[in-house]
Design a protein around this ligand. Structure first.
Ligand SMILES: C[S@@+](CC[C@H](N)C(=O)[O-])C[C@H]1O[C@@H](n2cnc3c(N)ncnc32)[C@H](O)[C@@H]1O
Length: 266
């Protein structure tokens, strides 16, 4: 019988940035590429900062992991992006990718797609420089703490983005609600939350080990965000078609993308 690991530290210790990038973002076989989620997330992020007008001074990207795709549109609309992740290896890989170091994951196709969406004729190299200059620092963070950036205390920011992180940190729906409240504390009233999570997932593989997931649903996410003091401005579910091999790696059936405005402290 397959063992399911429940210890968060085991997950953190086994998290391998290269394996993660290959599993989810490999241009030919990556789960998010094959099921079209990456493409749709890029479009939703573009729309968030253009049509929906989200912009400001500071955006914190919480649980950025080893990926940079999520910051490519944001870097045109914020003076600074602060990266924050629990895992040292994720932060190191993210910083190396921003510096475009040899041997890091090649995001050129994705960067070109974002430049095409923006339609300003920006080159891939120009976009890389823009992103590198906009991410001013990365910080250690733990969304399970009431101040996730402890011991640092930052002035509240205009935008918090967290894609696929809170559910990794949560062993239960109750913990998920607490994580949401913790990251919300970093945000000004009137500021924006950009959130994405996989839905109806019971387990996923990391470093060859299988981990449980809190099986989030669209209804749960909608209620949890609203109860944390947000007004939801956009909520879209991106569905995935069934594929046995891909479901073995991670058995979610869809991904939710949410844009919400903070109206009060919960
Ligand atoms: C599934 S990856 C998501 C990476 C990326 N945002 C993406 O869209 O592919 C989850 C990230 O959340 C981070 N993470 C897990 N638990 C955390 C916690 N308690 N606090 C902050 N980050 C955490 C992990 O280190 C990892 O980098």
């Amino acid at each position: 019988m397959e063992t399911i690991f429940t210890d968060n530290d085991v997950y953190q210790d086994t998290f391998d940035p290269e394996e993660y990038l290959n599993t989810y973002y490999n241009p030919k076989s990556g789960i998010c590429v094959v099921d079209g989620t990456l493409d749709l997330e890029l479009k939703k992020l573009h729309e968030t900062f253009t049509t929906r007008g989200v912009k400001g001074k500071t955006l914190i990207d919480i649980g950025h992991g080893p990926t940079i795709y999520q910051d490519l549109s944001a870097c045109e609309f914020f003076d600074e992006i602060i990266g924050a992740d629990y895992n040292d290896r994720s932060r190191e890989y993210y910083e190396r990718s921003l510096r475009n170091e040899p041997g890091t994951f090649n995001w050129d196709n994705v960067i070109q797609r974002v430049c095409d969406l923006e339609g300003k004729g920006m080159s891939v190299e120009e976009k890389k420089k823009k992103l590198e200059n906009t991410v001013k620092k990365t910080l250690q963070c733990d969304v399970l703490k009431s101040n996730p950036l402890e011991p640092m205390v930052l002035p509240r920011v205009d935008c918090v983005m967290s894609l696929g992180c809170l559910e990794c940190a949560s062993s239960s729906l109750n913990t998920y609600r607490k994580c949401l409240k913790n990251v919300s504390s970093l945000l000004k009233i009137g500021g924006h939350l950009i959130l994405s999570e996989i839905l109806n997932c019971s387990s996923h593989l990391s470093g060859g080990k299988r981990f449980p997931a809190p099986a989030l649903t669209k209804e749960f996410i909608r209620t949890a965000i609203t109860e944390t003091g947000f007004e939801i401005l956009d909520l879209e579910v991106i569905y995935r078609t069934y594929d046995k091999d891909q479901y073995e790696l991670c058995n979610h059936d869809s991904t939710v993308f949410v844009l919400a405005c903070k109206v009060k402290d919960a």
